[in-house]
Design a protein around this ligand. Structure first.
Ligand SMILES: [Zn+2]
Length: 327
């Protein structure tokens, strides 16, 4: 089924064009209205097609700023090929500053391939996969820890069935030069933005930068440079960008490296981002002041690893992720 969404920006035209993708939304206060998804297309003849997105989770702000700056700074004469930029991919969620959309409570990064005539979030996913990512060569989705987590800068990548993507992926990871790169090949859920891009044959990478509901300027500056380095390396940006001195450490994840709360309570972390921990180490306490004088619950590491992200909110419930370790 074809999307009922419609772009004001003509993606076939050369030049830099900014505007909105219209997401039909008929509600009480606006019978024939649409939701405006901001978009930019920068195109100059032939060359690679690169799709960039941020705001897939509306409470992750670093990427929204980085992509808006990129739109402002880049002119079509500086590139070969095409860059399609979605700075606030799930616009209703980004407008509300929420991870999920307030319109349907859905997480855009868990609904691909979406539905042509579904809820707003499902329709955005369907449009991204069938229109924006069509024939894309490269896709980068910029995330962060959002409201509940904080991350060290890391590129998340996975294998694709397409033969040459591994080579292109290495080029992208080398050019990004983030401190960490995490192999997520084992996660085959297929409902992520990157799954959609891979189904289109693109080399797809997600990045995590900071979080905590804030904007870390160091991360913004660093990643603007990373992005320019990638665009240059893949032959899209017609200028050389200096190599980075950052050496990427390749790490892996596994279910036992995620540390979850098994009790409700107040979370007191005892380790910091970047700390190396060993199996059995005390990582945090969960306090329960509702039971006066009760002992705190000790949270222990289930495996050896390094803390790459941790929860920044003190209130936790059983099942919340407290730490993500990598090995
Ligand atoms: Zn995210």
């Amino acid at each position: 089924m074809e999307s009922v969404m419609h772009s004001e920006v003509d993606f076939n035209q050369n030049g830099k064009h900014c505007g909105y993708i219209r997401l039909p939304h008929s509600v009480h206060r606006s019978a024939y209205g649409w939701i405006p998804l901001p978009v930019a297309s920068i195109k100059n003849g032939s060359g690679p097609k690169v799709v960039l997105s941020a705001g897939v989770h509306g409470d992750e702000y670093e990427g929204q700023i980085i992509l808006n700056q990129l739109i402002r700074q880049l002119e079509s004469e500086q590139i070969s090929g095409q860059i399609i930029i979605l700075p606030m991919a799930n616009f209703p969620a980004a407008q509300a500053g929420l991870r999920t959309s307030p319109l349907d409570d859905l997480n855009l990064n868990r609904v691909f391939p979406g539905k042509a005539q579904g809820t707003p979030t499902e329709m955005i996913a369907h449009y991204m996969e069938t229109v924006l990512m069509e024939e894309a060569d490269y896709y980068i989705d910029i995330h962060s820890g959002g409201s509940s987590l904080e991350y060290l800068p890391v590129a998340l990548y996975g294998e694709s069935e397409w033969p040459d993507t591994q080579q292109r992926q290495q080029l992208v990871l080398d050019s990004l030069s983030l401190p960490y790169a995490l192999d997520l090949s084992k996660d085959r859920a297929g409902w992520y933005t990157t799954s959609a891009a891979q189904r289109n044959g693109a080399c797809a990478v997600t990045v995590e930068l900071g979080g905590n509901g804030q904007v870390n300027s160091e991360h913004v500056v660093m990643f603007q440079e990373s992005l320019r380095r990638v665009l240059s390396a893949v032959g899209c940006l017609n200028e050389k960008v200096a190599a980075s001195e950052v050496e990427t450490r390749y790490v892996t994840s596994s279910p036992e490296l995620r540390v979850y709360a098994y009790a409700d309570g107040l979370f007191e972390p005892l380790v910091k981002l970047g700390d190396e921990v060993a199996m059995g180490d005390l990582l945090a306490y969960l306090h329960d002041p509702s039971t006066p004088g009760s002992d705190p619950v000790a949270v222990l590491a289930g495996a050896d690893g390094m803390v790459i992200s941790y929860r920044v909110l003190a209130q936790v419930r059983r099942g919340d992720c407290l730490f993500e370790l990598v090995a």
